[in-house]
Design a protein around this ligand. Sequence first.
Ligand code: ADP
Length: 320
Amino acid sequence: MTDIAALNAALDPIAGKRATARIEGDKASIFLDVTGLDEAGRDAMEAEVRGAAEDVPGIATVRIALTSQRTRRLLIAVASGKGGVGKSTVSANLAIGLQALGRRVGLVDADIYGPSQPTLMGVLGSRPTAKDKLLEPVATPYGVPLLSMGQLVAPDQAIAWRGPMAANALGQLIDADWAAQDTLVIDLPPGTGDVQLTMIQKHKPAGAVIVSTPQDLALIDARRAIDLFVKAGVPIIGIVENMAGYICPHCGDISDPFGRGGAEAAAEELGVEFLGRIPLDMAIRTASDAGVPPASGNGVESLAFSGIAQRVLHWIEQGR
Ligand code: ADP
């Protein structure tokens, strides 16, 4: 009798998690998930899988059924009115938090002005490969695959991209070979430019998370970002207030250099959910710089992020 392990071992290097095989007597039945592949890619993978299965001793007949996940991937845009408010930090930790709660999450770094996800996710210098014209996301130590504008070009080049180039690059990142990932967290550039418009019009996110500091000025910008999504009919999942309350690394005292509660008050006024508050904490910056997002650990810093991930998951499951 043929060993299913031998068949799986033969298929694994070609199709990985895409193939699910069964053996009855000398017949192999293989379900092949071809989600995201174009026609040529599908044909090539089917032929390779068939060849490999036929070479396994004891198998006389190979049946292959192609399957495709029709359900559209859920896209969650993370946006902010201006840069430096912690949008990338929130995106990375939200992606890891949602993954920990059972979603299969991929992370797209569409911030052409400062693509920092390769650093945050501990894979700086990584380059995605392409198969059948589709980009293959880069694996990260946190189980959340990543594609970043920063992996396509040097950051100082991306900043000079005009609208259509940036829009095209965004399409390549979103329509990549995300395989079984059912949720993409998308770290958008700050503000309300071409990438945001393409994101909204072409890729239709299920909802947007808005990141703001508590300062009034940042909130004016954040309101503009909210407005853009609302006018386009994209639901606002909620607002995250970042850098609220400074935790002194020496004495643990909490002070409020940027004020506190501004984003929560704005959320209430706008009738938008308040997703949570993240303190300004040196430990968050040092962990982020070291490529170890706080949400991946069990430290106190992870708590604020896990609360936000839970509220976003709740929105995914019930609210939308
Ligand atoms: P954005 O994506 O909005 O430009 P980033 O996520 O890159 O912002 O954050 C900007 C800087 O602030 C980074 O150095 C990051 O580590 C730091 N930072 C973000 N949030 C916090 C926080 N809550 N506490 C301490 N530092 C933070």
